[in-house]
Structure formats: C-alpha cells, structure tokens
Write a protein that binds this ligand. Structure first.
Ligand SMILES: [Zn+2]
Ligand SMILES: [Zn+2]
Length: 332
C-alpha cells in the first residue's frame, strides 16, 4: 500500500491492508474510498450516518411537499380540509433542522465508538450477503414496532404527554416533514426503538454490519415520513400488505388523539384493543359508502365522522393534560 501513485494516508490504508479490492463491487469500493478519504473512522462513520439521515429524510419529504402543493392529489388526502401551508411546512422544517444540527450533529462522535463497542462492522468490506441482511432488517422492524407501541402509549400518560409528546401532536393533520417534529426527549425515547434492535442483535450475535443498519434506517425513515404524509392512495402499501399501518392508520392517531400507537404494523393495536375507535370510524365510513348516497352526501357524511372523532380527541387530550389536577383532587 506504500505505492506512491496512491497518496493514501497510512492509518486508513492500514485498515484495508488485507482487503482484496479486485473482489469488491462498485458500492463496496465507494464505501472503502469514503473511509480512506476521511481517514478517520470516527468522523467517517458519524458523518456518513448524519448525511444519510438528512438526505433520506428531506429527500423523502420533498415529493410530499410537491403533492401538498398540487390540488390534483387532494382526492386522496385523508383530511382534505386541512392542507398544510408552505409557511407551516417551513416552520416545521426549521425546527427539525435545528434539532438535527444541535443534537444529532454533535453526537456523531459517538456513533463509531458505540458500533465498535457492540462489535458492529463499519469500514469493513465486502458487505454481508442479502441472506443475512433480510432477516436482520425484518427483526429490526418487528422489534421497533413493539418498542414504539409501548413507549408511545407511555408518552400519552399525563405528565409525559404534557411535557414531551404534546409537541409532536401539534399537527392534527400531519404532513411528511412533521414525522420528526418532536421534543428532543421524544426523539431520544422513540429513537431508542430504532437503534436498540441493531445494538441488541449485535451484542448477542456479533455479526452485524452498519450497512445493514443503514438499510433499516432508510426503510424506517420512509415508513415514518409516509405515515405522516396525510395521503392514502389506492396503491399505498397497506392495500397490498393489510398488516402494514401506513398513513391511513397513523393519521387517525393525530386526528382522533386516541388509538393506533404502533409504527409499522397493525398487530399490537389489534392485540391490545387500542384500535377500537379507529375500527368503528372505518366501519362507519364503509357503511356510508354502501348506503347509496350521492358523492356530495358521502363527502358531507365523511366530514361529519372526522369532525366527531376530532372533537372526541380534543376532549380525550384535555383529560390527559388534566392528569396532575385529578391526582391533587384525589389526594384532597
Ligand atoms: Zn401520540
Ligand atoms: Zn405522529
């Protein structure tokens, strides 16, 4: 590696001293080139993780911003009377960027040491085969969904709601950019669900590559942004995989404040009965569809159902927020 035509810093080059570059595919070569270029694995892993998050999150939000600005798509909007304004979206973007740059960016120095501590591969190439990536990512999906279900329910408990989760519920009709609009403590609590799966898996199995974790993070970001998009298309994933939550499921959580605490799947809410109001609401809409109404009558009916659910939600939120007060009255 001391060849003078390749001006590679010794320390980074040492990492790859026994790597056969001829056997690598294009992506693996780019991966190694990144680590060689940055020449500091701590910065290379941290910066790559940060950039991946920014590019995927805002990249995935962009089509939703365009869709919100295009009246043609209104017919698939779950709460069609609530279109986010450009101003609202910009305010939300500024908040999300602020927390990314003040909390996540300084933390990039922790990513590589943490990965090393749990025995995760980072700079190493080649990548693991798809036959190990797929089951690992599937496990992370299931783990995160269950973790999120319980943590999210806990965040709806009076004191936690009032001081932490209320921030995320600012938007009763969410939009893509609102996916990560949350209190820093919530980002930390719910982010644990995304990262604890890989770290635990790695601690026990010691055979995880950060590349697999990145695939998981990309899919998880798509899931989170899409669930907040506010649109349900006939081709949305939940119409193909009936156990997938999608926007239709999470939009109800924001609109009605109760029910639907999971992220990716519908299992937990079904099993613990925290989808009863949501299912009643869907059943009412389905019944109205079959009642032979005119499209105008149906639209008016649908609007009424949504308003009822939202009104009940506002009451439910008041009850949660009054928690401390009710403790006092009980004590008195
Ligand atoms: Zn919530
Ligand atoms: Zn949400």
């Amino acid at each position: 590696m001391s060849n003078s035509t390749a001006p590679i810093h010794e320390s980074a080059a040492l990492l790859y001293a026994s790597t056969d570059f001829a056997k690598l595919n294009w992506l693996e070569l780019q991966w190694a080139a990144w680590y060689l270029w940055i020449d500091n694995p701590i910065i290379a892993t941290g910066l790559m993780s940060f950039l991946l998050h920014e590019i995927v999150y805002f990249g995935r939000c962009l089509p939703w911003v365009i869709i919100d600005a295009t009246p043609y798509f209104r017919k698939w909007k779950l709460q069609p009377n609530k279109i986010p304004t450009a101003q609202e979206q910009w305010e939300c973007t500024k908040q999300v960027l602020f927390s990314h740059f003040t909390i996540e960016l300084p933390a990039i120095y922790l990513f590589h040491p943490m990965a090393e501590f749990f025995g995760m591969s980072t700079w190493q190439v080649p990548f693991p085969p798809l036959s190990s990536i797929i089951p690992q990512v599937a496990f992370f999906f299931v783990f995160e969904d269950m973790f999120h279900f319980f943590a999210h329910r806990a965040l709806h408990w009076g004191p936690l709601y009032k001081h932490i989760h209320k921030v995320h519920h600012k938007y009763s009709a969410p939009f893509g950019l609102a996916a990560e609009y949350a209190h820093p403590a919530e980002v930390f609590i719910l982010g644990t669900g995304t990262l604890a799966g890989p770290l635990l898996y790695c601690a026990f199995r010691r055979d995880l590559h950060i590349f697999t974790v990145y695939i998981w993070i990309v899919l998880r970001l798509f899931q989170a942004v899409d669930a907040h998009s506010g649109y349900d298309f006939p081709w949305s994933l939940q119409h193909i995989l009936p156990f997938w939550s999608g926007a239709e499921h999470h939009d109800f959580h924001h609109m009605a404040f109760v029910n639907n605490f999971s992220t990716s799947f519908r299992w937990c809410d079904r099993f613990f009965g925290t989808d009863n109001k949501y299912r009643e609401y869907r059943a009412r809409i389905e019944a109205a569809k079959k009642a032979g109404m005119s499209p105008e009558e149906f639209k008016a009916m649908e609007k009424k159902f949504a308003e009822d659910a939202e009104r009940e939600g506002i009451e439910a939120e008041k009850v949660v927020e009054a928690y401390r007060y009710s403790l006092k009255t009980k004590a008195a």
